[in-house]
Design a protein around this ligand. Structure first.
Ligand SMILES: [Zn+2]
Length: 300
């Protein structure tokens, strides 16, 4: 026969059990809290960003590198990026967005598209006669991929249940690059990702015309993390960087590139705003993880 425990001991045991249950629940909550991962891949002088939603859906923004006349460099770069994706557990790319059709943003895309079979191809507003862009379109024509041209105001729920939304902020409708003051860089598709209190602005290669238009558009440009326009070039307006006021500024630029990217004054402006600056050519690929409140940065 088990002797009945004194009342005081029972209360202590009950309290301890309640505390243990609360602790376990808290751990479980933390473990399963929805997380978004964003990889800013080091692709030399080019750009390639992958967003992974909590539900596993993926969005690839650009996949290109400057080859400086070295044909065949695209293949090893695609393999390097694909192996990074594999290490992150990515087996499929659902959506591919090309910000603008320059080769440093799309030349190894056909190789990735063949391997990852995207469901949706989000096209840029601008057309191009570049050979690399033609290859991208050929690769997409051969697949079952749905095609949509980017348009101001378009929204895509990457994960509705967990509140992960991306929205097109630019370019405006009806622009004719080269004929007007808009050039293909300025006409890059600009996307804003919102997840809880964290936001990220993806800017392609927009220059002063595109940045000025965004400033006048009334859009909320403030973002936690900024994919710095045009590889951190000198064509970054202080007023634009001030409006974004990022905590983290990621510059995708190759080591010792011939364009002098990133520009030292752009870096100084970002640092004066309190941003941590990450340059892929110097620090390597960057993995950002966020639960919508906090974020972590890891070199990959
Ligand atoms: Zn570029």
């Amino acid at each position: 026969m088990v002797a009945k425990l004194p009342r005081a001991v029972r209360q202590v045991v009950l309290f301890a059990l309640a505390f243990l249950a609360f602790y376990c629940l808290n751990l479980t909550y933390k473990e399963f809290r929805a997380t978004v991962s964003i990889l800013f891949a080091d692709v030399g002088q080019g750009k390639c960003i992958l967003v992974i939603a909590p539900n596993g859906r993926t969005l690839l923004i650009d996949a290109g590198t400057q080859t400086y006349g070295q044909e065949g460099k695209e293949e090893p770069m695609a393999q390097k990026v694909a192996s990074q994706f594999a290490r992150m557990g990515v087996r499929k790319i659902d959506v591919i967005l090309v910000t603008h059709p320059h080769k440093d943003h799309c030349n190894f895309l056909p190789i990735l598209a063949k391997e990852f079979q995207p469901s949706l191809f989000w096209l840029p507003v601008v057309e191009s006669s570049e050979l690399e862009w033609h290859s991208v379109k050929t690769a997409m024509a051969n697949s079952q991929t749905k095609k949509v041209v980017a348009q101001l105001g378009q929204r895509l729920w990457l994960d509705m249940k967990n509140g992960l939304l991306v929205e097109v902020l630019s370019p405006p409708e009806g622009i004719v690059p080269k004929v007007s003051e808009w050039n293909p860089n300025d006409a890059s598709t600009v996307l804003k990702l919102n997840f809880g209190e964290i936001s990220i602005l993806f800017t392609g290669d927009i220059g002063e015309v595109g940045q000025r238009w965004l400033l006048n558009s009334g859009a909320n440009l403030r973002a936690t993390i900024l994919d710095v326009p045009h590889h951190g070039s000198k064509h970054n307006l202080k007023t634009f960087l001030l409006a974004v006021r990022p905590k983290v500024a990621v510059i995708s630029a190759g080591r010792q590139n011939p364009f002098g990217h990133p520009d030292s004054s752009t870096i100084e402006t970002l640092q004066s705003l309190g941003a941590s600056v990450w340059v892929t050519g110097q620090q390597g690929s960057l993995l950002v993880k966020t639960d919508g409140q906090n974020f972590s940065l890891t070199k990959l």
